[in-house]
Design a protein. Structure first.
Length: 209
């Protein structure tokens, strides 16, 4: 009987240690997390072979361990010049959609996002053709237009539970801009963004026994 009692007492710290390790490895993502982020996103227009820069900002709410809803806004800063002397002078985008978060242990949070959206875009012809003399700088600015776009993202967050997280995301955007000139301007683009985000726990996790 004494041996059983001794063995039992020796086993208690082991069980407590195992429970502690289990809690540490528990997935952090849960219902009620609200996140926000702002960063800089370099991009590459695939069909035009030119680079872009935009400033994205996003807000996200987690419905449970696997599904969240996120809205992202991209403010277009600059882009290169195509071989046809066209420049995308505006390409401001709004995306809204769902993200699926894969099951992990701890604070690592990989995800896949699907977000339809809309782009407010404008194209300028900078060839400075001599027959166009109605603009002082020789540029031809076509009227801005709206274009539907689709964004598919793959990335991950790493959470520091109190107030912030770091993130890395690669996004593919598909869309076509129709403007008041012959032809169209493909908006297919690869974007990369990374930085620091902020998070709040609006709904606290219930402790499980």
């Amino acid at each position: 009987m004494k041996k059983i009692l001794i063995y039992s007492l020796l086993l208690v710290p082991v069980l407590l240690r195992a429970q502690e390790e289990k809690e540490k490895k528990k997935q952090y993502i849960h219902t009620g997390i609200l996140c926000a982020d702002v960063s800089i996103a370099p991009g590459f227009l695939i069909n035009q072979n030119i680079s872009t820069i935009s400033i994205p900002a996003g807000i996200e709410f987690y419905f449970d361990q696997h599904v969240s809803f996120k809205a992202d806004v991209y403010y277009h800063v600059a882009s290169g010049l195509t071989s046809d002397s066209l420049r995308l002078t505006a390409n401001h985008q709004l995306f809204c959609g769902a993200s699926y978060h894969f099951t992990t242990q701890g604070y690592f949070d990989p995800y896949l996002a699907f977000q339809p959206g809309i782009s407010y875009a404008q194209v300028t012809n900078e060839s400075k053709l001599p027959q166009f003399t109605d603009t002082p700088n020789g540029k031809i600015e076509y009227s801005p237009n709206l274009a539907p776009v689709l964004g598919i993202s793959l990335g991950f967050n790493y959470y520091f539970p109190r107030f912030f997280h770091i993130f890395v995301e690669a996004r593919y955007v598909h869309g076509v801009l129709m403007y008041n000139a012959p032809g169209s301007f493909p908006l297919d683009e690869l974007k990369l963004q990374f930085g620091l985000g902020w998070n709040l726990n609006l709904i606290k996790q219930k402790k499980t026994s």
